[in-house]
Ligand binder design. Structure first.
Ligand code: ZN
Length: 382
């Protein structure tokens, strides 16, 4: 029997708060405290549905009408219809590297992108060492070299980023969770309280010794001069606040997890849902909340016996028991534009992208003219 949601992250020192209402289907073993009645109810309900689904499963008949489908149609159209009929106002978006690739940012965590090859001269013990705290403390140079190449401000947010910003402006975005550290969400104008940077951010940095805080601009000047950013107070190394292997996720991430119980539509963008605990977030929404994956390949499906028995979470677009999951394969920008078009605000989105990009270009040009002057303002468009 499946024990827990895959909360257990590979990152030590992490204690995610208990999920509210998403315990596994036949969760008969959970300890019951008096104030968990509601959850018990939900569990019994889930249990009931579990057996019902299993019965249809093992009957191997065409009993599919037994399963209450949340969507009429497992396509973008089905999602659009659902959004309109249910007046979705608490959308959660979850994003991975795929939403930033069209901005020119390589998926640097996966080896073989070429980025790591550039770092060969540093003789890393293994590519990921560049994001390991111990290695960083001994030899921060490779990281800052990579940081220079990836530095936020050098890139423009994509259609997909502005799509998410549009959701916020329409008042229907509950929260945006991103695995990306490129701060493109912020550059696209997403509000601080709407974005959860699960793997940290370049937006700020801290001295590893005395914890003094530094801004993105302060770090940028030094990184671009090929210096190791050194604390002005104690000469410690200043590390951007991105989450390294072996570091806990930001507390903001854990605090916001209750969002998922209030979510009425989950949109997953450009993530292969391979990194925990981020990937397990998809199972935190309620059972009847549709989940749309826009990605180049299918992801987030559970494999093995557990999924065969329907006992674990994961996206179910290939399962005959699918009630609510939609997979749209392709480029994130295209998928978002298609969705926006079908929702009736595609042109508005196109205009927003054009206007914002023009602004960023103008800022960059201004910067270039003022070159020689220290920092740049091109990062802050909003
Ligand atoms: Zn310091």
């Amino acid at each position: 029997m499946s024990s827990r949601k895959p909360d257990e992250s590979p990152i030590p020192g992490q204690n995610a708060p208990e999920p509210e209402s998403d315990s596994d289907p036949p969760a008969g073993t959970s300890g019951n405290s008096p104030d968990e009645e509601e959850e018990d109810e939900a569990n019994i309900d889930r249990l009931r549905r579990f057996f019902k689904e299993k019965l249809t499963f093992f009957k191997s008949t065409n009993d599919e009408e037994e399963i209450v489908k949340v969507l009429d149609d497992f396509s973008i159209d089905g999602i659009v219809k659902y959004m309109k009929e249910n007046d979705c106002k608490n959308i959660i978006t979850m994003a991975g590297a795929g939403i930033s690739t069209s901005a020119g940012i390589p998926d640097f965590r996966s080896p073989g992108t070429g980025l790591y090859n550039n770092l060969a001269k540093y003789d890393l013990p293994h590519p990921q060492a560049i994001f390991e705290l111990d290695f960083f403390k001994r030899n921060p140079k490779p990281f800052f070299e990579l940081a220079k190449e990836l530095y936020p401000g050098t890139f423009k947010p994509t259609i997909c980023h502005y799509f998410i910003k549009s959701l916020e402006e329409q008042g229907v975005l509950l929260r945006h969770y991103t695995q990306n550290i490129d701060t493109l969400e912020r550059i696209a104008g997403l509000s601080e309280d709407k974005v959860i940077e699960a793997h940290g951010t370049f937006h700020t940095g801290h001295c590893l010794k005395c914890n003094a805080k530094y801004t993105k601009e302060w770090m940028k000047v030094r990184i671009f001069r090929d210096e190791i950013p050194e604390c002005e107070k104690c000469q410690g190394i200043v590390k951007p606040d991105i989450v390294f292997f072996g570091e806990a996720l930001p507390s903001k991430f854990h605090k916001a997890l209750n969002d998922f119980g209030n979510c009425d539509l989950l949109i997953i963008l450009g993530s292969s849902l391979a990194v925990q605990p981020f990937a397990s977030l998809i199972d935190r929404v309620k059972d009847d909340v549709p989940r749309l994956l826009i990605n180049r390949e299918k992801a987030g499906q559970r494999s093995g016996v557990m999924s065969m028995l329907g006992m674990d979470g994961g996206l179910e677009f290939d399962s005959k028991n699918n009630r609510r999951d939609v997979c749209w394969l392709g480029d994130c920008d295209e998928g978002c534009l298609l969705l926006a078009d079908k929702l009736g605000w595609g042109d508005e989105l196109r205009l927003r992208v054009a206007t914002e990009h023009k602004k960023i270009d103008a800022e960059a040009k201004k910067d270039e003219t003022n070159r020689g002057g220290a920092s740049s303002a091109s990062n802050e468009v909003s």
